[in-house]
Design a protein around this ligand. Structure first.
Ligand code: BES
Ligand code: MN
Ligand code: ZN
Length: 491
């Protein structure tokens, strides 16, 4: 497969801003602080004096590109606002980076430079700025006939090179290229992103430390994954149960499970036609897990992580499962299918049962599981439910660091009655009311005592509107969150 990464070349160099020859020099500003660059060169100070407070007030994500005075080396100056001093944060800086990248690319600036003077003075990090810049310049061009578009080729960070800064920048590059990788998988339409295509994408990550195993339908049947396979029956595309194992350390693994329904038509419980084309993003959880595996393997983190993608399509073919059918899951529990559109939990239930064989120290599943999640949280937060305080808190902290915000919802014992079946151990849905909570409760019936967290990304995995460093379409959510979580686990 042909992944399109923005291969921006980033270098770190100690140089005076006014001596740096480039197409555009990025100068970050805070509101009401005009004097920050005053001692660099009188002609630059004069320029700042002319525009600051008039054309440019340094409000958050406000920008202005102007020709530089001929006395200094940069061709142009790009003013970017960070907003009020009291509101400064890593997220402000990431957004400013995202805004800078998209604006400068639009006007075909190839060679840019970033001043770190103001960021340093305020205790902010240039790595956060670069992260926003790299994340924001993603575009999905695979199906565009017109391939020639401008890209920023080079970015020079004007700072004293140090091992610490280089390490940070390398991590940011690994992370953002892995987000791009995940976004590509999710944006690719379902005809080119079948379970087999997803398996091939997983295999492309193989290294001596990262083992990839693909189970086919026969293997899954032999193991007894009746719940997972009930979803695959309606499609001519064969299912692929994908397992990745990264061994960067000994000890019990962390298992990451990603929902990987490559297209969700709803099955016999067919979805309305309006907006159905978006259901190609129902494998965004799986894409996030692949992105995390890619990042930790490139960074060679000392962790033991297993990724599982129970990939299948959900279509209403002649052999499709019917509402009312009863199937047996890998852990022996029988499930009455009430809605074939509640297919995600059918696939994840078996993946969880399978994961328990590794005796993991934790299981985290990430899934576009419920429309109810999208309605409750929109793009603002990931819904989180789980059974262990320490794990829930660790995920929450990773969410705060990455601004992939998670919000905890209760894993409510009261949900049990919604899922009581007259004929089987469980129904696969309790209906519309409480759908976000009952979906998690359903999954909890397969985890036993193992520390576990469920993340519902139905609202966050797809961006309806562009934001400073998230373009329209696949957001790649979960990659930065879980890679950060895993990295912090290793510390
Ligand atoms: N993939 C959908 C959930 C979804 C909906 C994700 C909208 C993103 C946007 C999931 O498989 C589904 O159809 N869930 C049903 C469950 C219901 C039948 C209990 C839902 O939320 O309607
Ligand atoms: Mn569904
Ligand atoms: Zn689905």
């Amino acid at each position: 497969m042909n992944h399109i990464f923005t291969a921006m070349d980033i270098s770190i160099r100690k140089q005076r801003e006014t001596d740096c020859a480039c197409d555009a020099l990025i100068l970050p500003f805070v509101e009401n602080e005009r004097e920050r660059y005053a001692d660099l060169h009188p002609s630059l100070a004069a320029l700042i004096g002319r525009v600051f407070g008039r054309e440019f007030r340094a409000q958050k994500n406000e920008s202005l590109l102007v020709p530089a005075p001929p006395e200094i080396k940069p061709q142009r100056i790009f003013f970017i606002g960070l907003g009020k001093k009291g509101d400064l944060s890593p997220e402000r800086v990431r957004q400013a980076g995202g805004k800078s990248g998209t604006s400068l690319r639009e006007v075909r600036m190839n060679d840019i430079a970033l001043s770190t003077t103001l960021l340093r003075a305020h205790g902010l990090s240039e790595a956060d700025f670069l992260e926003g810049l790299l994340l924001g310049t993603y575009r999905f061009r695979k199906y565009a006939s017109e391939k020639k578009t401008s890209e920023i080729a080079r970015c020079t960070v004007l700072a004293q090179p140090s091992t610490d800064l280089r390490t940070k920048v390398n991590w940011i590059r690994t992370l953002s290229s892995s987000v791009h990788f995940a976004r590509d998988l999710v944006n690719t339409p379902a005809n080119d992103m079948t379970p087999s295509d997803l398996a091939r994408a997983a295999c492309s990550l193989r290294t001596s430390r990262l083992r990839v195993t693909i189970l086919d339908e026969k293997d899954a049947k032999g193991l007894g994954m009746g719940s997972y396979l009930s979803v695959a029956r309606g499609s001519d595309q064969p299912p692929r149960f994908i397992i990745l194992e990264y061994r960067g350390s000994k000890g019990k693994p962390i298992v990451l499970i990603g929902k990987s329904v490559t297209f969700d038509s709803g099955g016999i419980s067919l979805k309305p036609a309006d907006g159905m084309e978006k259901m190609k993003y129902d494998m965004a959880g799986g894409a996030a897990v692949l992105g995390v595996m890619r990042a930790i393997s490139l960074a060679q983190l000392p962790v033991h992580v297993i990724g599982i993608l129970p990939a299948t399509e959900n279509l209403p073919g002649g052999s499709a499962s019917r509402p009312g059918d009863v199937v047996r899951s890998l852990n022996g529990k029988t499930i009455e299918i009430i809605s074939t559109d509640a297919e995600g939990r059918m696939t994840i239930a078996d993946a969880i049962a399978f994961a328990l064989r590794y005796k993991p120290r934790a299981i985290i599943d990430i899934a576009t599981l419920t429309g109810a999640c999208a309605i409750a949280f929109g793009h603002c937060a990931i819904a989180m439910m789980g059974n262990r305080r320490e794990l829930l808190d660790a995920v929450k902290r990773a969410g705060e660091q990455t601004q992939e915000t998670v919000w905890e919802m209760p894993l409510a014992e009261d949900c049990a009655e919604y899922l009581k079946s007259d004929v089987a151990d469980l129904k696969n849905t309790g209906g519309k009311s409480g759908a976000l909570l009952t979906s998690a409760y359903f999954l909890s019936q397969f985890v036993g005592d193992t520390p576990w967290v469920h993340l519902d990304i139905a609202g966050t995995a797809w961006a309806e509107r562009e934001r400073p460093y998230i373009p329209k379409g696949a957001s790649g959510i979960g990659v930065r969150l879980l890679a950060t979580l895993v990295r912090d686990f290793a510390r």
